[in-house]
Design a protein around this ligand. Sequence first.
Ligand SMILES: [Zn+2]
Length: 307
Amino acid sequence: MFQKWVEKTIVLGEEKTVEVRKDSFWKRRVRIMARVGLEITSVENFDEVINKPCVFCMPEKLAKFDEKIFGKEMLENEHAFLFPNINPYAAHSAVCAFKKHYIKPGDFNATMIENNLELCMKYLEKVREMDEKAKYFSINWNYMMPAGASILHPHMQVVASEHPTTYMEKVMEDKNAFKEYVREEVKSERFVGSVDNIEIFTPFAPFGFNEIVGVVKGSLNGNISNIASVLEKIISYYASIDRNSFNIAIYSSFDDSIPPHFRCITRQNMVKYYRNDCMFFEKLHEEVILEKKPEEVARELRKFLKT
Ligand SMILES: [Zn+2]
């Protein structure tokens, strides 16, 4: 399932190496090399953006649900509120914002994340009642602008449809092969541990920087608080290595076709004149360039989870 080789070349009298990895389940390759500057790690002050007026701080300006269908215009609990996405990505598309306008990665706690995920699940229950065709869903998070967020105020996004995404379709194509893929990763040196009912590993051929995958044992609904507690640890790990932008996706379905699991990656930090972390390799060749091996990420995370 996993193959790797090293390509060598001489530049200015010095040997340079590129490790190429091929993952036959995902049918994709990644390249790992010494620093190429795609992963920006410096931390700059961005108070100017934090202090801008924000539409998520003005709930009256946000889109509302039809009260006849949802019973409420907006779903709400102590730390989060959920409302329709004004730019829907699918037949069912909602935004679940945290109540605080700005939260540093190190300041997210499990309760806040759990509150947010609970509202996402409530919304999905309604979707299920309204539209039995909408089988596939995901809960997604772009944290900060380099990760694709258009608004700084932290928020997750729920997307549900009768059609899977490209990623989901790959998982569904051969569910046994996906299970075999997870088994291979769990057997490897990249397995971080089984924490709160979730098997955590760093993948052989990551989709992005510092990638961590969690596979839920059991149902998604029954493990919301476990996922929240693991995500708190992962985000705290990202904070500990000074990353302030990340993406998270939780994938699942109402039938049994997509085993509930999530992927987390860091993106570039919030710096003013940044170089994008996607170039021709990522966008046009479907290959990710990495500067750190997933085995190293696993070692760091393992150490972090123990302390
Ligand atoms: Zn705000």
